[in-house]
Ligand binder design. Structure first.
Ligand code: THU
Length: 132
C-alpha cells in the first residue's frame, strides 16, 4: 500500500465527517485514524436525543478499527469548522492504544491548524502501565 501523507489523512477525515449526525449541535467532526499497518479508518460524530449517548468522531473511528483487530495507530486527523481539539474522553480512549501517535487538527477545508501528539494532549495520562 502507498504511504499515507498528512494531507491524505486530513482528506479522509473530511470524507468521514460527511456522515456526521448532528441535529443538536450542528458541529460537524470528521476523524481518520492511520493504523500501524497503513490502513485508514474514518469516523464522524453521532448525536442522540439523550445527549449523553452521543459519540465523538474520534471514538467512532477508533471502535471501527479496534473491532476489526487494529490495536496500534501512528496518526489521527480530526477536522472541524474551527480546527477544534479532541475532547478528554477521546484523548483517554486513544491513549489506551497509541499514546505517542501524531495528531493533526485541521478545518473542514483541509487547512492544517496544528500538528501535535497525543502525549502532548494528554500529559501524564493514565494507561495500561498503571495496571501492571
Ligand atoms: N465532538 C467530537 O466529535 N469530537 C470531539 O473531540 C469533541 C466533540 C462532537 C460531539 C458533539 O456531537 C459535537 O462535537 C459538539 O460537542
Amino acid at each position: 500500500m502507498d504511504s499515507i501523507s498528512d494531507q491524505d489523512l486530513i482528506a479522509a477525515a473530511i470524507e468521514g465527517g460527511k456522515h456526521a449526525y448532528i441535529p443538536y449541535s450542528n458541529y460537524r467532526v470528521g476523524a481518520a485514524l492511520l493504523t500501524a499497518s497503513g490502513e485508514v479508518y474514518t469516523g464522524c460524530n453521532i448525536e442522540n436525543a439523550g445527549y449523553s449517548p452521543t459519540i465523538c468522531a474520534e471514538r467512532t473511528a477508533l471502535v471501527k478499527a479496534v473491532s476489526e483487530g487494529h490495536l496500534s495507530f501512528t496518526a489521527v486527523a480530526v477536522v472541524t469548522r474551527d480546527g477544534g481539539s479532541p475532547c478528554g474522553v477521546c484523548r483517554q480512549m486513544m491513549f489506551e492504544f497509541s499514546p505517542t501517535m501524531k495528531v493533526l487538527l485541521a478545518d473542514l477545508d483541509g487547512n492544517l491548524r496544528l500538528t501535535t501528539t497525543l502525549a502532548d494532549l494528554l500529559p501524564h495520562g493514565f494507561g495500561r502501565a498503571n495496571l501492571d
